[in-house]
Design a protein around this ligand. Structure first.
Ligand SMILES: [Zn+2]
Length: 477
């Protein structure tokens, strides 16, 4: 069941979203405590319907607003909380999270390696995930006044409010209260990956500052910036593609043909002139990660880097699949940790922003909430696009959306009682009915030879259903 809530205002409510949620929570509480009387048309009787909120789905900034946990700063991961601390990159000027060796078993050889990683051994265990009751104890006493001018300063780290959702009696017993948005995680990882491979300016995680960071950590000397004739020269790294390899990569994607409705036209995303991928939308990234990227890189890059990327793609493919065997969860969980560790070995530290880190928690959510396709963001984002299209008066967008959504509901309901009515919203294949009712006007007309005419005639006699009764009659005669 989907619950929708239209929040008015020029800006998003941010932390004050609880004010808008309050009536919704009241309804949910009522649905849990007393339930509502519902009519069952099939059995012709009424029954008591109860419902609970299973988990919420939102993008990453909204995760922070809804859960009350600050998703910025030194501890932005809402699952590890204080367990994962960001590492400051002096040159890139940001925090990174290359802590994935902590998730390995204690005896794993990667833990002992120094040079391949950040110059240090990793001896810490994986951070513990707090249970709902423990989190509730943390947030229970936080007092907050909502609104812009309340005068109190919000804390910069950790929990800053006790969210309205905690009022639900079962909320503290749920394993996953807010699920991570795999769509945006996949898009961000894909963007960083493709950007770094193709060295797209603005997207790439490589560059002078990334190499300076390597120098600051004292690792991978062979990649440090070299000055030649007063110019900075970046030695090629394992993930650097030569011009020829970039061309092969782009040509491969430019040659992709997909069935109708499968994805957008991948060829239009490839800019062969400057060898880049432009205007990648989240679904394009999804298709790339699920199927196309492993094919496109199959003949380029060193074997180890290529295998790490292909394994990352197959991990996303596995968690998106419709059927997942619960026995595979453990192996999936270990595989993503090893993939991330391998990427840590080859890619620059600035690659590992919080989005890359969040992939490590995805299997946990699949374990408790089911496969990703059941709870991802695509349907909501698509619906938002439809709603945006409803806006005709830009000064009153919410009114436009509310009015047209109501009309569409009404028309949709009425159309069920109309015969031969075409329903709105259901896509029709562009191939269906393409030739229906089309005259010969403007079409190519051919003069057939007798032989060709005879062939066409025979074809029709043998293959068309209308001829069948005559054939039966003929056999009977
Ligand atoms: Zn984490």
């Amino acid at each position: 069941m989907m619950l929708s809530l239209l929040i008015s205002g020029p800006r998003q409510p941010g932390n004050d979203i609880d004010v808008y949620l309050a009536p919704l929570i009241d309804d949910l509480k009522m649905l849990w405590d007393s339930g509502v009387e519902v009519y069952d048309a099939h059995r012709n009787e009424t029954f008591n319907l109860k419902a609970m909120l299973f988990c919420t789905i939102q993008d990453y900034p909204a995760y922070g607003n809804l859960s009350g946990y600050t998703t910025k700063g030194k501890h932005p991961c809402p699952i590890c909380e204080d367990g994962t601390r960001g590492k400051w990159l002096p040159s890139s000027g940001k925090d990174i999270f290359d802590v994935h060796r902590r998730f390995l078993p204690y005896d794993h050889p990667y833990r002992k390696l120094k040079k391949a990683f950040d110059g240090q051994q990793e001896l810490r265990g994986r951070p513990r995930v707090l249970s709902g009751t423990e989190v509730f104890e943390k947030v229970n006493d936080i007092e907050i006044t909502f609104g812009k001018n309340h005068g109190t300063k919000l804390p910069k780290q950790g929990y800053k409010k006790c969210c309205e959702l905690w009022r639900l009696p079962y909320w503290r017993f749920l394993f996953v209260r807010h699920s991570l948005d795999v769509m945006h995680i996949e898009k961000n990882v894909c963007d960083s990956l493709v950007g770094t491979l193709l060295n797209i300016s603005g997207k790439t995680k490589d560059g002078v500052s990334a190499r300076e960071d390597l120098k600051a950590f004292g690792i991978r000397e062979e990649l440090h910036v070299v000055e030649r004739n007063n110019r900075n020269f970046l030695p090629p790294a394992t993930y650097t593609l030569s011009r020829k390899e970039k061309k092969e990569f782009c040509e491969c994607l430019a040659g992709v043909k997909v069935p109708e409705g499968y994805s957008s036209n991948i060829r239009s995303l490839v800019s062969m002139g400057n060898m880049k991928l432009v205007g990648l939308k989240s679904h394009d990234c999804h298709v790339l990660m699920q199927h196309l990227l492993p094919v496109a890189i199959r003949s380029i890059l060193p074997k180890k880097v290529r295998f790490a990327i292909i394994r990352l793609c197959s991990f996303f493919n596995a968690i998106y699949s419709k059927v997942i065997d619960p026995k595979d969860f453990n192996s999936l969980e270990t595989s993503i940790v090893i993939i991330l560790c391998q990427l840590e070995m080859y890619f620059p530290p600035s690659f590992f922003d919080v989005m890359v880190h969040l992939t490590v928690h995805l299997v946990r959510e699949v374990r408790y909430c089911g496969p990703v396709y059941l709870r991802n963001q695509y349907p909501f984002e698509r619906q938002m696009k439809t709603y945006k299209g409803y806006v005709k008066n830009h000064f009153r967008p919410e009114g436009c959306i509310a009015e047209r959504a109501l009309y569409e509901d009404a028309v949709g309901y009425c159309s069920e009682f109309l015969e031969n009515a075409k329903t709105i919203g259901l896509p029709i294949s562009r191939h269906s009915g393409r030739m229906e009712g089309k005259g010969t006007l403007g079409r190519k007309q051919l003069d057939l030879s007798h032989e060709q005419w005879y062939m066409a005639h025979t074809y029709i006699l043998f293959n068309e259903d209308e001829v069948a009764p005559y054939i039966k009659q003929h056999i009977a005669y």
